[in-house]
Design a binder for this molecule. Structure first.
Ligand SMILES: Cc1cc2nc3c(=O)[nH]c(=O)nc-3n(C[C@H](O)[C@H](O)[C@H](O)COP(=O)(O)OP(=O)(O)OC[C@H]3O[C@@H](n4cnc5c(N)ncnc54)[C@H](O)[C@@H]3O)c2cc1C
Length: 557
Protein backbone atom coordinates (compact mmCIF):
# COMPACT_ATOMS: atom_id res chain seq x y z
CA UNK A 1 0.00 0.00 0.00
CA UNK A 2 1.27 3.44 -0.88
CA UNK A 3 2.44 5.36 2.19
CA UNK A 4 0.33 8.32 1.02
CA UNK A 5 -2.84 6.22 1.04
CA UNK A 6 -1.96 4.64 4.38
CA UNK A 7 -1.52 8.06 5.96
CA UNK A 8 -4.77 9.38 4.41
CA UNK A 9 -6.60 6.42 5.94
CA UNK A 10 -4.84 6.62 9.29
CA UNK A 11 -5.61 10.33 9.54
CA UNK A 12 -9.30 9.60 9.13
CA UNK A 13 -9.44 6.90 11.82
CA UNK A 14 -10.03 7.27 15.58
CA UNK A 15 -7.25 6.20 17.90
CA UNK A 16 -8.87 2.84 18.71
CA UNK A 17 -9.33 1.89 15.09
CA UNK A 18 -6.54 0.33 13.09
CA UNK A 19 -5.11 -0.20 9.63
CA UNK A 20 -3.18 -3.45 9.06
CA UNK A 21 -1.05 -4.19 6.03
CA UNK A 22 1.02 -7.13 7.31
CA UNK A 23 0.85 -9.65 4.40
CA UNK A 24 0.66 -12.77 6.59
CA UNK A 25 -2.14 -11.26 8.68
CA UNK A 26 -4.03 -10.28 5.51
CA UNK A 27 -3.68 -13.77 4.06
CA UNK A 28 -4.72 -15.36 7.35
CA UNK A 29 -7.79 -13.11 7.64
CA UNK A 30 -9.33 -14.34 4.42
CA UNK A 31 -8.87 -18.05 5.04
CA UNK A 32 -12.16 -19.62 3.93
CA UNK A 33 -13.80 -23.03 3.99
CA UNK A 34 -14.59 -22.84 0.28
CA UNK A 35 -11.20 -23.75 -1.24
CA UNK A 36 -11.60 -21.07 -3.89
CA UNK A 37 -7.87 -20.38 -4.20
CA UNK A 38 -6.97 -24.03 -4.73
CA UNK A 39 -9.81 -24.58 -7.17
CA UNK A 40 -9.26 -21.80 -9.66
CA UNK A 41 -6.73 -19.21 -10.68
CA UNK A 42 -8.97 -16.58 -9.12
CA UNK A 43 -6.75 -15.59 -6.21
CA UNK A 44 -8.30 -13.21 -3.74
CA UNK A 45 -6.07 -10.77 -1.92
CA UNK A 46 -6.35 -7.70 0.25
CA UNK A 47 -4.62 -4.37 0.19
CA UNK A 48 -5.28 -3.88 3.90
CA UNK A 49 -7.73 -4.44 6.74
CA UNK A 50 -9.32 -1.58 8.59
CA UNK A 51 -10.85 -2.41 11.96
CA UNK A 52 -13.27 0.27 13.08
CA UNK A 53 -14.14 1.27 16.61
CA UNK A 54 -16.82 3.87 15.85
CA UNK A 55 -19.81 3.82 13.53
CA UNK A 56 -19.15 7.43 12.45
CA UNK A 57 -15.94 6.32 10.73
CA UNK A 58 -17.93 4.35 8.12
CA UNK A 59 -19.01 7.56 6.41
CA UNK A 60 -15.53 9.08 6.67
CA UNK A 61 -14.03 6.07 4.90
CA UNK A 62 -16.73 5.95 2.24
CA UNK A 63 -16.10 9.63 1.51
CA UNK A 64 -12.36 9.02 1.31
CA UNK A 65 -12.83 6.05 -1.04
CA UNK A 66 -15.06 8.15 -3.30
CA UNK A 67 -12.54 10.99 -3.32
CA UNK A 68 -9.68 8.65 -4.23
CA UNK A 69 -11.70 6.72 -6.81
CA UNK A 70 -10.53 8.73 -9.82
CA UNK A 71 -6.88 8.75 -8.75
CA UNK A 72 -5.09 5.86 -10.41
CA UNK A 73 -2.61 5.44 -7.58
CA UNK A 74 -4.86 5.96 -4.60
CA UNK A 75 -8.08 4.26 -5.73
CA UNK A 76 -9.31 1.53 -3.37
CA UNK A 77 -12.56 -0.24 -2.60
CA UNK A 78 -14.09 -1.36 0.69
CA UNK A 79 -15.51 -4.77 1.57
CA UNK A 80 -17.44 -4.69 4.87
CA UNK A 81 -17.80 -7.74 7.04
CA UNK A 82 -19.43 -7.93 10.46
CA UNK A 83 -17.98 -11.11 11.96
CA UNK A 84 -16.69 -12.68 8.73
CA UNK A 85 -18.00 -16.16 9.53
CA UNK A 86 -19.95 -16.65 6.34
CA UNK A 87 -18.71 -20.25 6.21
CA UNK A 88 -19.51 -22.07 2.99
CA UNK A 89 -20.56 -18.87 1.21
CA UNK A 90 -17.23 -16.99 1.28
CA UNK A 91 -16.23 -16.80 4.97
CA UNK A 92 -14.51 -13.39 5.27
CA UNK A 93 -13.22 -13.23 1.71
CA UNK A 94 -14.19 -10.40 -0.62
CA UNK A 95 -16.32 -11.34 -3.63
CA UNK A 96 -14.19 -9.30 -6.05
CA UNK A 97 -10.73 -10.12 -7.41
CA UNK A 98 -9.22 -6.63 -7.59
CA UNK A 99 -5.88 -6.08 -5.83
CA UNK A 100 -7.05 -2.87 -4.17
CA UNK A 101 -9.74 -4.20 -1.84
CA UNK A 102 -9.63 -3.14 1.80
CA UNK A 103 -11.53 -5.38 4.18
CA UNK A 104 -13.61 -3.22 6.49
CA UNK A 105 -13.96 -5.16 9.71
CA UNK A 106 -17.00 -3.98 11.68
CA UNK A 107 -16.65 -6.72 14.30
CA UNK A 108 -15.69 -4.29 17.08
CA UNK A 109 -18.89 -2.26 16.67
CA UNK A 110 -20.77 -4.15 19.34
CA UNK A 111 -23.08 -1.61 20.86
CA UNK A 112 -26.61 -2.64 21.75
CA UNK A 113 -27.93 0.88 21.59
CA UNK A 114 -31.57 0.35 22.42
CA UNK A 115 -33.76 -2.34 23.90
CA UNK A 116 -37.44 -2.06 24.62
CA UNK A 117 -38.39 -4.78 27.03
CA UNK A 118 -42.13 -4.26 26.59
CA UNK A 119 -42.00 -4.63 22.84
CA UNK A 120 -38.95 -6.87 22.41
CA UNK A 121 -37.24 -4.54 19.94
CA UNK A 122 -33.46 -4.45 20.00
CA UNK A 123 -31.16 -2.11 18.10
CA UNK A 124 -27.69 -3.46 17.43
CA UNK A 125 -24.48 -2.60 15.64
CA UNK A 126 -22.85 -4.95 13.07
CA UNK A 127 -20.47 -6.76 15.44
CA UNK A 128 -23.08 -7.87 17.99
CA UNK A 129 -22.89 -11.64 18.02
CA UNK A 130 -25.50 -14.23 18.98
CA UNK A 131 -23.59 -14.84 22.21
CA UNK A 132 -23.36 -11.14 23.09
CA UNK A 133 -27.08 -10.63 22.57
CA UNK A 134 -27.77 -13.77 24.60
CA UNK A 135 -25.55 -12.54 27.46
CA UNK A 136 -27.24 -9.13 27.32
CA UNK A 137 -30.75 -10.62 27.52
CA UNK A 138 -29.77 -12.89 30.40
CA UNK A 139 -27.95 -10.13 32.31
CA UNK A 140 -30.96 -7.84 32.08
CA UNK A 141 -33.49 -10.57 32.68
CA UNK A 142 -35.26 -9.93 29.37
CA UNK A 143 -37.32 -12.94 28.37
CA UNK A 144 -36.72 -12.86 24.63
CA UNK A 145 -35.02 -15.27 22.23
CA UNK A 146 -31.89 -14.66 20.19
CA UNK A 147 -32.52 -15.40 16.49
CA UNK A 148 -29.86 -18.11 16.53
CA UNK A 149 -28.54 -20.12 13.58
CA UNK A 150 -26.52 -23.31 13.30
CA UNK A 151 -23.47 -21.14 12.68
CA UNK A 152 -23.48 -20.36 16.37
CA UNK A 153 -22.38 -17.95 19.09
CA UNK A 154 -19.57 -16.09 17.28
CA UNK A 155 -21.71 -14.91 14.36
CA UNK A 156 -23.22 -11.48 13.85
CA UNK A 157 -26.98 -11.11 14.12
CA UNK A 158 -27.04 -8.16 11.73
CA UNK A 159 -25.06 -9.71 8.88
CA UNK A 160 -27.02 -12.95 8.99
CA UNK A 161 -30.17 -10.89 8.41
CA UNK A 162 -28.39 -9.05 5.55
CA UNK A 163 -27.58 -12.41 3.98
CA UNK A 164 -31.29 -13.27 4.45
CA UNK A 165 -30.27 -16.25 6.57
CA UNK A 166 -32.71 -18.23 8.68
CA UNK A 167 -32.88 -20.29 11.85
CA UNK A 168 -35.33 -22.44 13.76
CA UNK A 169 -36.56 -20.06 16.47
CA UNK A 170 -40.13 -18.77 15.99
CA UNK A 171 -39.02 -15.88 13.74
CA UNK A 172 -37.38 -18.19 11.24
CA UNK A 173 -36.72 -15.75 8.42
CA UNK A 174 -34.25 -13.31 9.92
CA UNK A 175 -34.69 -10.42 7.53
CA UNK A 176 -38.47 -10.58 8.05
CA UNK A 177 -37.86 -9.71 11.69
CA UNK A 178 -35.81 -6.60 10.83
CA UNK A 179 -37.95 -3.53 11.43
CA UNK A 180 -35.49 -0.74 10.76
CA UNK A 181 -32.08 -0.12 9.22
CA UNK A 182 -29.69 2.79 9.29
CA UNK A 183 -26.57 3.00 7.18
CA UNK A 184 -24.82 4.62 4.24
CA UNK A 185 -25.06 4.09 0.50
CA UNK A 186 -21.81 3.52 -1.36
CA UNK A 187 -21.72 7.19 -2.42
CA UNK A 188 -21.60 8.15 1.27
CA UNK A 189 -25.21 9.37 1.56
CA UNK A 190 -26.64 8.40 4.96
CA UNK A 191 -29.76 6.25 4.98
CA UNK A 192 -32.65 6.32 7.42
CA UNK A 193 -36.27 5.56 6.61
CA UNK A 194 -38.75 8.23 5.52
CA UNK A 195 -40.70 7.54 8.72
CA UNK A 196 -37.64 8.39 10.78
CA UNK A 197 -37.00 11.52 8.71
CA UNK A 198 -40.55 12.73 9.29
CA UNK A 199 -40.69 11.83 12.97
CA UNK A 200 -40.22 15.11 14.84
CA UNK A 201 -40.50 13.63 18.33
CA UNK A 202 -37.58 13.48 20.72
CA UNK A 203 -37.66 9.71 21.09
CA UNK A 204 -37.83 8.90 17.34
CA UNK A 205 -39.04 5.42 18.09
CA UNK A 206 -41.98 4.62 15.85
CA UNK A 207 -39.70 3.73 12.91
CA UNK A 208 -38.32 0.82 14.92
CA UNK A 209 -41.80 -0.68 15.24
CA UNK A 210 -42.79 -0.78 11.57
CA UNK A 211 -40.90 -2.64 8.88
CA UNK A 212 -42.24 -1.10 5.68
CA UNK A 213 -41.71 2.60 6.36
CA UNK A 214 -43.26 5.03 3.90
CA UNK A 215 -42.74 5.30 0.15
CA UNK A 216 -40.59 2.85 -1.79
CA UNK A 217 -39.20 0.14 0.44
CA UNK A 218 -35.43 0.69 0.23
CA UNK A 219 -34.19 -1.40 3.14
CA UNK A 220 -34.23 -4.59 1.10
CA UNK A 221 -31.55 -2.98 -1.08
CA UNK A 222 -29.05 -3.47 1.72
CA UNK A 223 -29.55 -7.25 1.70
CA UNK A 224 -27.69 -9.65 -0.65
CA UNK A 225 -26.28 -6.60 -2.40
CA UNK A 226 -23.32 -4.24 -2.62
CA UNK A 227 -25.12 -0.91 -2.47
CA UNK A 228 -24.59 0.21 1.12
CA UNK A 229 -23.15 -0.44 4.57
CA UNK A 230 -25.54 -1.03 7.44
CA UNK A 231 -24.47 0.66 10.65
CA UNK A 232 -27.38 -0.36 12.86
CA UNK A 233 -30.45 -2.54 12.70
CA UNK A 234 -33.54 -2.97 14.83
CA UNK A 235 -34.85 -6.50 15.18
CA UNK A 236 -38.08 -7.83 16.59
CA UNK A 237 -37.30 -10.63 19.04
CA UNK A 238 -39.65 -13.49 19.83
CA UNK A 239 -40.74 -13.67 23.45
CA UNK A 240 -39.81 -16.70 25.51
CA UNK A 241 -43.09 -18.56 25.99
CA UNK A 242 -44.13 -20.08 29.30
CA UNK A 243 -43.86 -23.57 27.88
CA UNK A 244 -42.13 -25.41 25.05
CA UNK A 245 -41.50 -28.83 23.66
CA UNK A 246 -39.62 -30.00 20.63
CA UNK A 247 -40.84 -33.03 18.73
CA UNK A 248 -38.91 -35.67 16.83
CA UNK A 249 -40.86 -37.89 14.46
CA UNK A 250 -38.73 -40.81 13.39
CA UNK A 251 -39.53 -43.00 10.40
CA UNK A 252 -37.72 -46.17 9.51
CA UNK A 253 -38.88 -46.35 5.92
CA UNK A 254 -37.37 -44.05 3.29
CA UNK A 255 -40.56 -44.46 1.23
CA UNK A 256 -42.57 -42.52 3.82
CA UNK A 257 -41.29 -39.17 2.52
CA UNK A 258 -44.33 -38.75 0.26
CA UNK A 259 -46.65 -39.47 3.19
CA UNK A 260 -44.99 -37.23 5.74
CA UNK A 261 -44.70 -34.08 3.59
CA UNK A 262 -48.47 -33.35 3.55
CA UNK A 263 -48.57 -33.92 7.32
CA UNK A 264 -45.77 -31.39 7.90
CA UNK A 265 -47.64 -28.93 5.70
CA UNK A 266 -50.82 -29.53 7.68
CA UNK A 267 -49.03 -28.86 10.98
CA UNK A 268 -47.51 -25.65 9.63
CA UNK A 269 -50.82 -24.39 8.29
CA UNK A 270 -52.97 -25.39 11.26
CA UNK A 271 -50.60 -24.32 14.04
CA UNK A 272 -48.99 -21.26 12.48
CA UNK A 273 -47.47 -19.10 15.22
CA UNK A 274 -47.41 -22.00 17.70
CA UNK A 275 -45.19 -24.42 15.79
CA UNK A 276 -41.92 -22.84 14.65
CA UNK A 277 -40.26 -24.01 11.47
CA UNK A 278 -39.91 -27.75 10.82
CA UNK A 279 -36.79 -29.56 9.68
CA UNK A 280 -36.76 -32.87 7.86
CA UNK A 281 -33.44 -34.72 7.83
CA UNK A 282 -32.38 -37.92 6.14
CA UNK A 283 -30.43 -40.74 7.76
CA UNK A 284 -26.98 -39.78 6.50
CA UNK A 285 -27.43 -36.21 7.71
CA UNK A 286 -28.48 -37.49 11.13
CA UNK A 287 -25.47 -39.80 11.28
CA UNK A 288 -23.16 -36.84 10.55
CA UNK A 289 -24.37 -35.37 13.85
CA UNK A 290 -23.82 -38.43 16.01
CA UNK A 291 -21.44 -40.85 14.29
CA UNK A 292 -17.75 -40.86 13.59
CA UNK A 293 -16.97 -40.97 9.88
CA UNK A 294 -16.60 -44.74 9.29
CA UNK A 295 -14.30 -44.14 6.31
CA UNK A 296 -11.85 -42.16 8.41
CA UNK A 297 -11.92 -38.38 8.21
CA UNK A 298 -9.44 -38.03 5.35
CA UNK A 299 -11.03 -40.53 2.98
CA UNK A 300 -12.52 -38.92 -0.09
CA UNK A 301 -15.42 -41.34 -0.48
CA UNK A 302 -19.01 -41.70 0.60
CA UNK A 303 -20.32 -44.15 3.17
CA UNK A 304 -21.42 -47.51 1.78
CA UNK A 305 -24.91 -48.79 2.50
CA UNK A 306 -23.47 -51.49 4.72
CA UNK A 307 -21.66 -48.84 6.83
CA UNK A 308 -24.85 -46.87 7.08
CA UNK A 309 -26.81 -49.90 8.19
CA UNK A 310 -24.32 -50.70 10.93
CA UNK A 311 -24.20 -47.09 12.18
CA UNK A 312 -27.96 -46.63 11.92
CA UNK A 313 -28.55 -49.77 13.96
CA UNK A 314 -25.97 -48.80 16.52
CA UNK A 315 -27.21 -45.23 16.92
CA UNK A 316 -30.87 -45.97 16.24
CA UNK A 317 -30.87 -43.44 13.42
CA UNK A 318 -34.12 -43.55 11.41
CA UNK A 319 -34.46 -42.98 7.64
CA UNK A 320 -36.23 -39.66 8.11
CA UNK A 321 -36.53 -37.42 11.16
CA UNK A 322 -38.98 -34.54 11.44
CA UNK A 323 -37.84 -31.96 14.00
CA UNK A 324 -40.08 -29.15 15.16
CA UNK A 325 -41.02 -27.11 18.18
CA UNK A 326 -44.17 -25.98 19.95
CA UNK A 327 -44.19 -22.66 21.82
CA UNK A 328 -47.02 -21.38 24.01
CA UNK A 329 -48.72 -21.50 27.38
CA UNK A 330 -48.73 -24.84 29.19
CA UNK A 331 -52.24 -25.62 28.06
CA UNK A 332 -51.55 -24.65 24.45
CA UNK A 333 -48.37 -26.74 24.29
CA UNK A 334 -50.16 -29.70 25.82
CA UNK A 335 -53.08 -29.44 23.41
CA UNK A 336 -50.96 -28.91 20.29
CA UNK A 337 -48.62 -31.72 21.27
CA UNK A 338 -51.60 -34.02 21.37
CA UNK A 339 -52.83 -32.78 18.00
CA UNK A 340 -49.40 -33.26 16.46
CA UNK A 341 -49.15 -36.71 17.93
CA UNK A 342 -52.50 -37.59 16.37
CA UNK A 343 -51.45 -36.22 13.00
CA UNK A 344 -48.19 -38.15 12.77
CA UNK A 345 -49.49 -41.33 14.31
CA UNK A 346 -51.22 -42.04 11.00
CA UNK A 347 -47.76 -43.19 9.89
CA UNK A 348 -45.59 -45.96 11.26
CA UNK A 349 -43.23 -43.75 13.25
CA UNK A 350 -41.72 -43.16 16.64
CA UNK A 351 -42.64 -39.85 18.31
CA UNK A 352 -40.27 -38.35 20.85
CA UNK A 353 -40.89 -35.12 22.76
CA UNK A 354 -38.24 -33.16 24.62
CA UNK A 355 -40.57 -32.67 27.58
CA UNK A 356 -41.35 -36.37 27.92
CA UNK A 357 -40.68 -38.14 31.25
CA UNK A 358 -38.25 -40.57 29.52
CA UNK A 359 -35.98 -37.71 28.38
CA UNK A 360 -36.28 -36.05 31.78
CA UNK A 361 -35.23 -39.22 33.60
CA UNK A 362 -32.40 -39.99 31.16
CA UNK A 363 -31.00 -36.48 31.67
CA UNK A 364 -31.25 -36.82 35.44
CA UNK A 365 -29.50 -40.19 35.42
CA UNK A 366 -26.64 -39.08 33.19
CA UNK A 367 -26.18 -35.93 35.23
CA UNK A 368 -25.75 -37.91 38.43
CA UNK A 369 -23.43 -40.58 37.10
CA UNK A 370 -19.71 -39.94 37.59
CA UNK A 371 -17.98 -38.96 34.32
CA UNK A 372 -15.25 -41.67 34.58
CA UNK A 373 -17.97 -44.30 34.80
CA UNK A 374 -19.77 -42.92 31.74
CA UNK A 375 -16.50 -42.85 29.81
CA UNK A 376 -15.73 -46.45 30.77
CA UNK A 377 -18.98 -47.91 29.46
CA UNK A 378 -19.37 -47.40 25.67
CA UNK A 379 -23.19 -47.65 25.66
CA UNK A 380 -23.45 -45.08 28.42
CA UNK A 381 -21.05 -42.68 26.79
CA UNK A 382 -22.96 -43.00 23.50
CA UNK A 383 -26.24 -42.20 25.28
CA UNK A 384 -24.61 -39.29 27.10
CA UNK A 385 -23.28 -37.88 23.84
CA UNK A 386 -26.61 -38.22 22.08
CA UNK A 387 -28.46 -36.62 24.97
CA UNK A 388 -25.99 -33.76 24.97
CA UNK A 389 -26.58 -33.09 21.24
CA UNK A 390 -30.33 -33.46 21.77
CA UNK A 391 -30.27 -30.92 24.62
CA UNK A 392 -28.13 -28.51 22.64
CA UNK A 393 -30.51 -28.80 19.67
CA UNK A 394 -33.34 -27.92 22.05
CA UNK A 395 -31.37 -24.91 23.33
CA UNK A 396 -31.06 -23.62 19.77
CA UNK A 397 -34.83 -23.82 19.35
CA UNK A 398 -35.15 -21.79 22.55
CA UNK A 399 -32.87 -19.07 21.18
CA UNK A 400 -29.74 -20.02 23.11
CA UNK A 401 -26.70 -20.13 20.80
CA UNK A 402 -24.23 -23.01 20.84
CA UNK A 403 -21.76 -24.76 18.54
CA UNK A 404 -23.41 -28.16 18.27
CA UNK A 405 -24.21 -27.83 14.55
CA UNK A 406 -20.66 -26.86 13.61
CA UNK A 407 -19.46 -30.45 13.94
CA UNK A 408 -20.84 -31.07 10.46
CA UNK A 409 -18.08 -28.95 8.91
CA UNK A 410 -15.44 -31.35 10.32
CA UNK A 411 -16.83 -34.55 8.74
CA UNK A 412 -13.94 -34.74 6.27
CA UNK A 413 -11.29 -32.93 8.32
CA UNK A 414 -8.35 -35.22 8.89
CA UNK A 415 -7.77 -33.81 12.38
CA UNK A 416 -11.49 -33.73 13.21
CA UNK A 417 -11.02 -35.43 16.56
CA UNK A 418 -8.36 -33.01 17.76
CA UNK A 419 -10.48 -29.85 18.04
CA UNK A 420 -12.05 -28.65 21.26
CA UNK A 421 -15.80 -28.65 20.61
CA UNK A 422 -16.18 -25.37 22.51
CA UNK A 423 -13.84 -23.42 20.25
CA UNK A 424 -14.76 -24.76 16.81
CA UNK A 425 -14.29 -22.23 14.00
CA UNK A 426 -14.52 -23.92 10.57
CA UNK A 427 -12.67 -21.18 8.65
CA UNK A 428 -9.69 -20.98 10.99
CA UNK A 429 -9.63 -24.76 11.55
CA UNK A 430 -9.20 -25.50 7.83
CA UNK A 431 -12.55 -27.22 7.20
CA UNK A 432 -13.76 -27.68 3.63
CA UNK A 433 -17.40 -26.64 3.16
CA UNK A 434 -19.65 -25.24 0.47
CA UNK A 435 -23.44 -24.98 0.53
CA UNK A 436 -26.03 -25.83 -2.09
CA UNK A 437 -29.16 -24.12 -0.76
CA UNK A 438 -32.02 -24.28 -3.26
CA UNK A 439 -35.68 -23.43 -2.80
CA UNK A 440 -38.14 -26.24 -3.44
CA UNK A 441 -41.91 -26.13 -3.76
CA UNK A 442 -43.41 -27.87 -0.70
CA UNK A 443 -44.92 -30.75 -2.64
CA UNK A 444 -44.04 -34.36 -1.97
CA UNK A 445 -43.39 -35.25 -5.60
CA UNK A 446 -40.98 -32.34 -6.06
CA UNK A 447 -39.20 -33.15 -2.82
CA UNK A 448 -38.75 -36.78 -3.83
CA UNK A 449 -37.38 -35.63 -7.18
CA UNK A 450 -34.91 -33.49 -5.25
CA UNK A 451 -33.87 -36.34 -2.95
CA UNK A 452 -33.19 -38.61 -5.92
CA UNK A 453 -31.28 -35.83 -7.67
CA UNK A 454 -29.02 -35.26 -4.64
CA UNK A 455 -28.47 -38.96 -3.99
CA UNK A 456 -27.54 -39.51 -7.61
CA UNK A 457 -25.35 -36.41 -8.08
CA UNK A 458 -23.26 -36.02 -4.91
CA UNK A 459 -21.72 -39.52 -4.84
CA UNK A 460 -20.53 -39.05 -8.44
CA UNK A 461 -18.12 -36.53 -6.93
CA UNK A 462 -17.41 -38.53 -3.75
CA UNK A 463 -19.49 -36.06 -1.76
CA UNK A 464 -21.75 -37.40 0.97
CA UNK A 465 -25.40 -36.65 0.10
CA UNK A 466 -26.54 -35.12 3.40
CA UNK A 467 -30.12 -33.86 3.07
CA UNK A 468 -31.95 -31.33 5.25
CA UNK A 469 -35.22 -29.61 4.35
CA UNK A 470 -36.20 -26.54 6.34
CA UNK A 471 -39.65 -25.09 5.96
CA UNK A 472 -39.61 -21.38 5.47
CA UNK A 473 -43.44 -21.52 5.23
CA UNK A 474 -45.98 -24.25 4.48
CA UNK A 475 -45.47 -23.65 0.75
CA UNK A 476 -41.69 -23.34 0.46
CA UNK A 477 -38.80 -25.47 1.58
CA UNK A 478 -35.15 -24.57 1.56
CA UNK A 479 -32.83 -27.50 1.40
CA UNK A 480 -29.33 -27.00 2.70
CA UNK A 481 -26.94 -29.53 1.22
CA UNK A 482 -23.54 -29.19 2.87
CA UNK A 483 -20.75 -30.13 0.48
CA UNK A 484 -18.16 -31.23 3.01
CA UNK A 485 -14.66 -32.03 1.77
CA UNK A 486 -11.02 -32.28 2.78
CA UNK A 487 -9.61 -28.83 2.10
CA UNK A 488 -6.05 -30.18 2.10
CA UNK A 489 -6.74 -32.62 -0.77
CA UNK A 490 -6.70 -30.92 -4.22
CA UNK A 491 -8.82 -33.67 -5.80
CA UNK A 492 -11.42 -33.30 -3.06
CA UNK A 493 -11.54 -29.53 -3.56
CA UNK A 494 -11.94 -29.98 -7.29
CA UNK A 495 -14.68 -32.58 -6.85
CA UNK A 496 -16.52 -30.40 -4.34
CA UNK A 497 -16.66 -27.46 -6.73
CA UNK A 498 -17.64 -29.61 -9.68
CA UNK A 499 -20.32 -31.21 -7.54
CA UNK A 500 -21.76 -27.83 -6.59
CA UNK A 501 -21.66 -26.69 -10.19
CA UNK A 502 -23.45 -29.84 -11.36
CA UNK A 503 -26.06 -29.45 -8.62
CA UNK A 504 -26.73 -25.84 -9.50
CA UNK A 505 -26.80 -26.28 -13.27
CA UNK A 506 -28.84 -29.49 -13.30
CA UNK A 507 -30.99 -28.21 -10.44
CA UNK A 508 -31.99 -25.06 -12.33
CA UNK A 509 -33.42 -27.24 -15.09
CA UNK A 510 -35.62 -28.91 -12.49
CA UNK A 511 -36.72 -25.63 -10.89
CA UNK A 512 -34.43 -25.86 -7.83
CA UNK A 513 -33.12 -22.31 -7.53
CA UNK A 514 -30.66 -21.25 -4.78
CA UNK A 515 -31.84 -18.67 -2.27
CA UNK A 516 -28.24 -17.63 -1.52
CA UNK A 517 -24.95 -17.93 -3.39
CA UNK A 518 -21.28 -18.14 -2.52
CA UNK A 519 -18.93 -15.40 -3.70
CA UNK A 520 -17.69 -17.45 -6.68
CA UNK A 521 -21.19 -18.32 -7.91
CA UNK A 522 -22.10 -14.65 -7.64
CA UNK A 523 -19.61 -14.14 -10.49
CA UNK A 524 -20.46 -16.96 -12.88
CA UNK A 525 -24.13 -17.77 -12.31
CA UNK A 526 -25.69 -14.33 -12.62
CA UNK A 527 -26.21 -12.82 -16.04
CA UNK A 528 -25.38 -9.12 -16.10
CA UNK A 529 -27.44 -8.66 -19.28
CA UNK A 530 -30.69 -9.97 -17.82
CA UNK A 531 -33.44 -7.43 -17.04
CA UNK A 532 -33.07 -8.06 -13.32
CA UNK A 533 -29.31 -7.52 -13.09
CA UNK A 534 -29.34 -4.59 -15.52
CA UNK A 535 -31.78 -2.87 -13.17
CA UNK A 536 -29.53 -3.71 -10.20
CA UNK A 537 -26.62 -2.17 -12.09
CA UNK A 538 -28.59 1.01 -12.72
CA UNK A 539 -29.18 1.25 -8.98
CA UNK A 540 -25.49 0.57 -8.40
CA UNK A 541 -24.48 3.36 -10.75
CA UNK A 542 -26.67 5.74 -8.85
CA UNK A 543 -25.89 4.68 -5.28
CA UNK A 544 -22.21 3.78 -5.76
CA UNK A 545 -21.07 5.36 -9.05
CA UNK A 546 -17.37 4.62 -8.50
CA UNK A 547 -18.00 0.99 -7.51
CA UNK A 548 -16.08 1.43 -4.28
CA UNK A 549 -18.26 -0.96 -2.25
CA UNK A 550 -18.17 -4.79 -2.10
CA UNK A 551 -17.19 -5.22 -5.73
CA UNK A 552 -18.73 -8.32 -7.27
CA UNK A 553 -21.06 -9.09 -4.36
CA UNK A 554 -24.40 -10.11 -5.88
CA UNK A 555 -23.59 -7.83 -8.77
CA UNK A 556 -22.28 -9.15 -12.09
CA UNK A 557 -20.85 -6.30 -14.22
C1 LIG B 1 -22.36 -25.82 10.36
C2 LIG B 1 -22.91 -24.52 9.85
C3 LIG B 1 -24.23 -24.21 10.09
C4 LIG B 1 -24.76 -23.02 9.59
N1 LIG B 1 -26.05 -22.75 9.86
C5 LIG B 1 -26.62 -21.64 9.35
C6 LIG B 1 -28.00 -21.38 9.61
O1 LIG B 1 -28.66 -22.10 10.36
N2 LIG B 1 -28.54 -20.28 9.04
C7 LIG B 1 -27.81 -19.43 8.25
O2 LIG B 1 -28.36 -18.45 7.75
N3 LIG B 1 -26.51 -19.66 8.00
C8 LIG B 1 -25.89 -20.74 8.51
N4 LIG B 1 -24.56 -20.98 8.25
C9 LIG B 1 -23.85 -20.13 7.27
C10 LIG B 1 -23.06 -18.90 7.84
O3 LIG B 1 -21.96 -19.36 8.59
C11 LIG B 1 -23.93 -17.95 8.64
O4 LIG B 1 -24.95 -17.43 7.83
C12 LIG B 1 -23.18 -16.78 9.27
O5 LIG B 1 -24.01 -16.15 10.19
C13 LIG B 1 -22.72 -15.71 8.28
O6 LIG B 1 -21.56 -15.14 8.78
P1 LIG B 1 -21.47 -13.75 9.54
O7 LIG B 1 -22.70 -13.59 10.36
O8 LIG B 1 -20.16 -13.70 10.22
O9 LIG B 1 -21.55 -12.72 8.33
P2 LIG B 1 -20.40 -11.84 7.70
O10 LIG B 1 -19.39 -12.71 7.08
O11 LIG B 1 -19.97 -10.80 8.64
O12 LIG B 1 -21.26 -11.13 6.58
C14 LIG B 1 -21.77 -11.81 5.47
C15 LIG B 1 -21.72 -10.85 4.27
O13 LIG B 1 -22.65 -9.80 4.50
C16 LIG B 1 -22.13 -8.56 4.09
N5 LIG B 1 -22.10 -7.65 5.26
C17 LIG B 1 -21.74 -7.96 6.51
N6 LIG B 1 -21.90 -6.91 7.32
C18 LIG B 1 -22.36 -5.90 6.57
C19 LIG B 1 -22.75 -4.56 6.84
N7 LIG B 1 -22.70 -4.06 8.07
N8 LIG B 1 -23.20 -3.79 5.82
C20 LIG B 1 -23.29 -4.30 4.57
N9 LIG B 1 -22.94 -5.56 4.25
C21 LIG B 1 -22.50 -6.36 5.24
C22 LIG B 1 -20.72 -8.81 3.57
O14 LIG B 1 -20.73 -8.87 2.16
C23 LIG B 1 -20.35 -10.16 4.13
O15 LIG B 1 -19.51 -10.88 3.29
C24 LIG B 1 -23.97 -22.13 8.79
C25 LIG B 1 -22.61 -22.44 8.59
C26 LIG B 1 -22.09 -23.62 9.13
C27 LIG B 1 -20.65 -23.93 8.91
Amino acid sequence: MLPKLASLIEDSLCSNSSLSIDPSLLAHSIQGTEGLDNFSDKQRSLLAIITLSQVSEIKVLLDLANQCATDEELAFSLYPISTGNNWGYGTSQPAGLSKTIILLDLGNLTNISHFDSELGLVTIEPGVTQQQLSDYLIAHNHHYMVPVTGAGPSCSILSNALERGYGITPYTDHFSAVTSIQGFWGNGTPYQSAVNELDASEEKFVDKTFKWGLGPYLEGLFTQSNLGIVSQMTIRLAKVKPDFTSFFIQMDDDGLLEKVVPLIRQVLQDYEGIVGSINLMDQRRLLSMFAKNPNGYDAHKVMLNKDINVLAKDLKAPCWTVVGSIYGSRRVVKAVKKEINDIFKQLPCKRVYSNSPAIFIANKLIKHLPTPLINRIPTLSKIAEQLDSFNKGKEIMLGKPNKVALKLAYWRHKDAESFDKNTLSPGKDGCGLLWYAPLIIMKAKKMREFVEFIRETCPRFNIEPFITFTNLKHDCVDSTIPIVFDLSNPKAVNDAHNCLKALVEEGLKKGFVPYRLNIDQQQWLLNKDSDFWRTVNQLKMSLDPYNILSQGRYNPR
